[in-house]
Design a protein around this ligand. Structure first.
Ligand SMILES: CSC[C@@H](O)[C@@H](O)C(=O)COP(=O)(O)O
Ligand SMILES: [Zn+2]
Length: 215
């Protein structure tokens, strides 16, 4: 894949982002969270561009050339490759929050099952779990961490509108589930985004376990 970079972006910077995304994806795939080419990952490159996984690639086998550049409208920059089918969900986060530099989306079995179970409520209300403190801004198990569940669609503007409506209602948003699909979360850097993803996966497992044990 030939990626032509804008003069303002050095090859070293783009390659650093691409290598970080590919390495994280390979590790997340090892958990079994990215089955059958599902999932997509991105990092901000500058105020106007992000590096994102090319659509359809096996996320467990990503290399530097499986990552491409998009603008903040989600359009490919300097390449004929096709960006993730869900690119607009990534760029929405970058446009909303200038401090966010990484967006992760996975399809773990837990995330998929939990999204179906909680779809009728429209939200997963997490409370009483010590690991809520892994989420930026949460300092106690006594807080309530709401993770909305949005209806799945192949038409990204619909999902973008659902996410915007949640944020515009003044409700905090650290992640969201898509019904029958997976999770989106983000962070100020890759480490924080990974911590959020790992914590939310664990918390969803705990919630499902509670329901199994109470069943
Ligand atoms: C292969 S099914 C999963 C896809 O439809 C999509 O949800 C996904 O996560 C990966 O899409 P991609 O376009 O490769 O970024
Ligand atoms: Zn997906």
């Amino acid at each position: 894949m030939s990626q032509v970079l804008p003069a303002s972006i050095s090859a070293a910077l783009f390659h650093e982002r691409a290598d970080a995304i590919a390495a994280a994806a390979r590790e997340l795939a090892q958990h079994g969270w990215t089955p059958a080419t599902s999932s997509n990952f991105s990092m901000r490159v500058d105020a106007d561009h992000a590096a994102i996984t090319i659509s359809g690639r096996d996320k467990g086998k990503l290399g530097r050339d499986d990552i491409m550049l998009v603008d903040m409208d989600g359009k490919a920059v300097g390449t004929d490759s096709r960006p993730s089918a869900e690119t607009e969900l990534h760029t929405q986060v970058y446009r909303r929050w200038p401090e966010i530099n990484t967006v992760l989306h996975t399809h773990s079995r837990t995330q998929s099952v939990a999204s179906r179970l909680f779809a009728k409520d429209g939200v997963v209300k997490l409370q009483g779990w010590e690991l809520q403190k892994a989420i930026h801004g949460h300092t106690t198990h006594e807080s309530v961490l709401d993770i909305p569940v949005f209806p799945n669609t192949q038409h990204m503007p619909e999902l973008v509108a659902q996410v915007d409506a949640w944020i515009d209602a003044g409700k905090p948003l650290h992640a969201y589930l898509i019904n029958g699909h997976g999770i989106y979360t983000w962070g100020r850097d890759m480490a924080e985004a990974r911590r959020h993803l790992e914590a939310l996966e664990f918390l969803l497992v705990c919630e499902l376990d509670l329901r199994r044990l109470n069943a």
